[in-house]
Design a protein around this ligand. Structure first.
Ligand code: NAD
Ligand code: AKB
Length: 318
């Protein structure tokens, strides 16, 4: 039986949103999800509403029109793109979130999902970030995510808004392309490999970062949102781990299937961002509180990514 919720996804055209909307429709039904974004998608479905989430009145009108009970607020400027215009990034990331918090409070929205990031960590963490590691983010994106986490906690304590949040690692998907992050290379590399092209990586070969496969990220997100409120001990953002690898290791994993795949390295400004992030995430608290376990290893993800992208590009590689 479908669950009776009316969910608004803000930023639905992005890497996560375009997969999440379909995932949520599978759980809450075709009428359970309203998708919204700044831009209309190429094939606009009838459950899509165009919305600039910096416009609080526009957001409130959609919430009222559809009787929204939950908001997944995905709209943001990510780490690498965010550094091109720091003040604008702060303005968009924070204004959109304040609008979500206030509209939710005023119009009886029961639950909010706020995607945080491993970018909340900074130089203070040497290798592994645990749940309570100190937050000293090096990018304006990371600063906005750390601030957003604290505002989530504030609205929970002050107004009882049921806000839940994950510190996503870099997300890897075949369905959608990433939009302006530092972990984007780990999606691009699969596309180049499947097309039989050489890949030039913007990070050094030994730069290890935390990553997660989209399927695991979807599972974690809904598992957290469906957990009973009394099992949620973290109201800032939960650490979440999938796997950790370097460009050299992902290239080696791809080479097991696509023989002769070639990679070279030309680090740019994103190297410094990557070096400010932890290499590993300790997600013990998420595992204990709501039973989180990732299903994918690097090699299992590589097999699925290559097989799905081969269908997309209709190439046959062995
Ligand atoms: P994305 O850049 O692919 O998509 C963001 C979407 O938000 C875009 O479609 C964009 O048009 C939309 N948007 C931007 N400004 C908007 C506005 N003012 N109003 C309405 N829509 C607007 O990002 P993503 O990778 O899908 O990430 C979604 C969320 O998850 C972000 O908050 C991001 O910080 C977080 N996150 C993503 C990753 C990842 O690896 N993808 C990792 C950690 C956290
Ligand atoms: C980025 O690289 O900016 C994102 C993230 C880890 O938040 N993928």
């Amino acid at each position: 039986m479908m669950k009776s919720e009316r969910i608004l996804v803000i930023g639905s055209n992005g890497q996560i949103g375009s997969v999440l909307v379909e995932y949520l429709r599978g759980i809450y039904g075709e009428n359970g999800v309203v998708a919204s974004d700044l831009r209309e998608p190429d094939h606009k479905p009838d459950y899509f509403e165009k919305l600039d989430a910096t416009d609080a009145n526009g957001l409130a009108a959609i919430v009222k029109k559809h009787g929204i009970t939950q908001i997944y607020h995905l709209a943001a400027i990510l780490s690498a793109r965010g550094e091109q215009d720091p003040l604008n990034t702060w303005q968009i990331n924070m204004q959109t979130y304040f609008n979500v918090l206030e509209v939710a409070r005023e119009h009886g929205v029961r639950k909010i999902f706020y995607p945080s990031s491993i970018a909340v960590f900074g130089d203070h963490v040497d290798v592994t970030a645990d749940q309570y590691s100190y937050l000293d983010p090096a990018t304006v994106y990371g600063i906005s995510k750390a601030a957003g986490e604290n505002w989530s906690n504030y609205y929970f304590k002050r107004y009882g808004l049921d806000i839940r949040s994950l510190r996503y690692p870099g997300i890897i998907s075949y369905q959608s392309m990433p939009g302006g992050g530092t972990t984007d290379y780990a999606v691009d590399i699969y596309h180049k490999a499947v097309k039989g092209e050489h890949f030039e990586c913007f990070l050094k070969e030994d730069t290890t970062l935390p990553m997660i496969y989209m399927s695991d990220a979807m599972d974690a997100t809904v598992r957290l949102m469906e957990a009973s409120a009394d099992s949620i001990s973290i109201r800032t953002g939960y650490n979440l781990a999938g796997m950790s690898f370097s460009p050299k290791e992902i290239a080696a994993s791809i080479s097991k299937i696509i023989h002769g795949f070639e990679i070279s390295y030309k680090p740019d400004f994103r190297q410094a961002i990557a070096e400010s992030w932890p290499q590993h995430i300790d997600d013990t608290v998420a595992r204990k509180d709501w039973g989180w376990r990732p299903a994918y290893t690097l090699d299992k993800m590589t097999e699925e990514m290559i097989s799905e992208l081969q269908k997309k590009y209709k190439t046959v590689k062995a």
